[in-house]
Design a protein around this ligand. Structure first.
Ligand code: GDP
Ligand code: MG
Length: 215
């Protein structure tokens, strides 16, 4: 329960990454403090909430765990729309999942850009009551895309997570590889273990802290 006068923010957070990387396990560790060796594949909607005290504030996370869409390597718009943060998960013991994580980052960046362009086009049309010629709208949209490609989607806080750090003896992805990719893409980076709980609370704390600094 938040103390009276405490600043409270609500943040939608989505988890993406290949099946089996431990997305559901990370959420269950964070929300319930539990871990299952035979975690069942997520089917249907998977939505969790958790409250975390961050500095002098309280962050209420609305967590959307991807439920089967990993299979199709793309996300339904309802998952990422309005998201304040995204966690992209790979498994440090499987190189393929790291390659896929990079694709997920591109996917999130692309969807953020498309959303912004769509919003801008609609707003331009609404503001000028359709008196704006189409070519001008196209120019504005083009400008917007260029800015976004250069600067990325500044609103979405993204974290790259190498999960299963307890499997160090089977490691295929080096810490430096994760760090470097995260840095290049302006993401937070952490290696976690849903099994031992290493860095799980720290991950959500870091995300909460970054969100607080942005608003
Ligand atoms: P998801 O498909 O990404 O949601 O992955 P799950 O959470 O269903 O986990 C897939 C499998 O990996 C399950 O058997 C989990 O028990 C296991 N797993 C998840 N996290 C860890 C971890 O940190 N360490 C180890 N050793 N196994 C994990
Ligand atoms: Mg799952």
């Amino acid at each position: 329960m938040a103390r009276p006068g405490t600043r409270i923010i609500q943040a939608k957070l989505v988890l993406v990454g290949d099946m089996g990387t431990g997305k559901t396990s990370l959420v269950l560790r964070f929300v319930k403090g539990q871990f299952f060796h035979h975690q069942e594949a997520t089917i249907g909607a998977a939505f969790f909430t958790q409250i975390l005290s961050v500095s002098e504030a309280t962050v209420k996370f609305d967590i959307w765990d991807t439920a089967g869409q990993e299979r199709y390597h793309s996300l339904a718009p309802m998952y990422y729309r309005g998201a304040a943060a995204a966690i992209v998960v790979y498994d440090i013991s499987t190189m393929d999942t790291f390659a896929r994580a990079k694709k997920w980052v591109q996917e999130l960046q692309k969807q953020g850009e498309e959303d912004a362009v769509m919003t801008l086009s609609v707003h331009t049309k609404l503001c000028f009551l359709d008196t704006v010629p189409d070519w001008l709208v196209s120019c504005l949209v083009y400008l917007c895309i260029s800015c976004l490609i250069m600067g990325g989607n500044p609103k979405l806080v993204m974290a790259l997570v190498g999960n299963k750090s307890d499997l160090d003896s089977k490691r295929e992805v080096q810490v430096e590889e994760g760090e470097e990719f995260a840095q290049e893409n302006g993401m937070l980076f952490m290696e976690t273990s849903a099994k031992t709980a290493e860095n799980v609370n720290e991950l959500f704390y870091e995300i909460g802290n970054t969100l607080l600094m942005l608003i």
